[in-house]
Write a protein that binds this ligand. Structure first.
Ligand SMILES: Cc1cc2nc3c(=O)[nH]c(=O)nc-3n(C[C@H](O)[C@H](O)[C@H](O)COP(=O)(O)OP(=O)(O)OC[C@H]3O[C@@H](n4cnc5c(N)ncnc54)[C@H](O)[C@@H]3O)c2cc1C
Length: 304
């Protein structure tokens, strides 16, 4: 399918496209289902001076109640899916879900993606935020990706270009869009891989809210490791100790099973969520001197 400006929709509601189920409308909205459509729509917007926001699964966002100016380019591209059984590699367009990558790996007895089972969102969003769990991140299996630059140049870039670090990559700083990505796995034993994946999904179910509860996963980043330690400290443990589970603001509250999850208890606005997050940050700073940083991204305009 090719891009056509006539298919751009005006004033499109974003609420249902985010896992928080919060947010206003996109001034302009376009859903791309092929890589060429995604890249053409992106280049078109830049050529017209229209700001672009690339939306994946919407699972790491707090979208402003006032919505977003410019074009929301919804990446639903699933037209590239190439398997290299010999080299144990998979190339996918970035509109595939992260969970689909986990399934493809499992279907081929490839090891390396089990820890990511149950992480929602798209491949593009996962690369942008270097998503991960249980000490592993998508960068551990990432080889290279095709990007498009604002000037419309499409090129393949290797892993070093993406400057991956904890929940971070160059994509959080520069306006590149990842079109396709290539992942490298190793060989695994199917029954072991299946068991590990099932265990991880069960653990996540016991800790996380049901799918119908609005949230964006862990709200704050984990804390840097203490001296002499390798692993980051879970922000949730600190928040639990400080008693934040009783905190609410408007329709936003802290999830009772996991102190690092802010949830939409029904009628929350984006402003409620941001205010509750700022009350939590103030409390943590006052009581410990630690400055928490958001893992979620605020998009659109918010009152200071
Ligand atoms: C219940 C729940 C559990 C979660 N658990 C985890 C977890 O265990 N580990 C973890 O890391 N995260 C977790 N998350 C957060 C979220 O799922 C991840 O951050 C996910 O990778 C975001 O992907 P997305 O497609 O939804 O991105 P979006 O929320 O749509 O976008 C996030 C950012 O990525 C950018 N982006 C999206 N696609 C592209 C692209 N193709 N090119 C360039 N930039 C792009 C967007 O512009 C935006 O800046 C969880 C969320 C929920 C709701």
């Amino acid at each position: 399918m090719s891009f056509s400006p006539e298919k751009i929709i005006k004033n499109y509601p974003l609420k249902e496209l985010t896992s928080f189920k919060i947010g206003g409308n996109a001034e302009l909205y376009y859903m791309a289902s092929t890589v060429s459509e995604l890249s053409e729509a992106y280049s078109y917007a830049f050529s017209k001076g229209i700001p672009v926001f690339v939306l994946g699964g919407g699972t790491n966002l707090v979208v402003s109640d006032k919505g977003l100016e410019g074009l929301v380019l919804h990446n639903k591209t699933k037209d590239v899916c190439e398997l290299d059984s010999e080299k144990q590699r998979i190339r996918l367009s970035t509109g595939f879900e992260f969970g689909e990558l986990v399934e493809f790996a499992l279907d081929n007895s490839f090891a390396g993606a089990e820890s990511f089972a149950g992480i929602p969102g798209s491949i593009g969003g996962a690369i942008c935020g270097n998503a991960g769990a249980y000490g592993q991140s998508i960068s551990d299996i990432f080889l290279e990706a095709e990007i498009i630059t604002p000037t419309g140049e499409r090129r393949i870039e290797e892993k070093a270009f993406f400057e991956f670090s904890y929940r971070n990559s160059i994509l959080k700083r520069e306006p590149y869009v990842v079109l396709t990505a290539l992942f490298q796995f190793s060989s695994g034993d199917l029954s072991v891989l299946k068991q590990r994946t099932a265990e991880i999904i069960e653990t996540r179910k016991s800790k996380h809210p049901n799918k119908d509860v609005g949230c964006a996963g862990s709200y704050f980043k984990n804390l840097p490791p203490q001296e002499g330690m390798n692993r980051r400290r879970a922000a949730g443990e600190l928040l639990d100790k400080l008693g934040v589970k009783s905190m609410t603001y408007g329709g936003a509250s802290v999830f009772q099973n996991h102190a690092n999850f802010i949830i939409n208890s029904g009628q929350a606005t984006a402003a409620d969520v941001k205010k509750l997050a700022s009350l939590i940050k103030d409390k943590v700073y006052k009581e410990t001197g630690i400055r928490l940083e958001e893992e979620v991204k605020y998009v659109g305009k918010f009152e200071e």
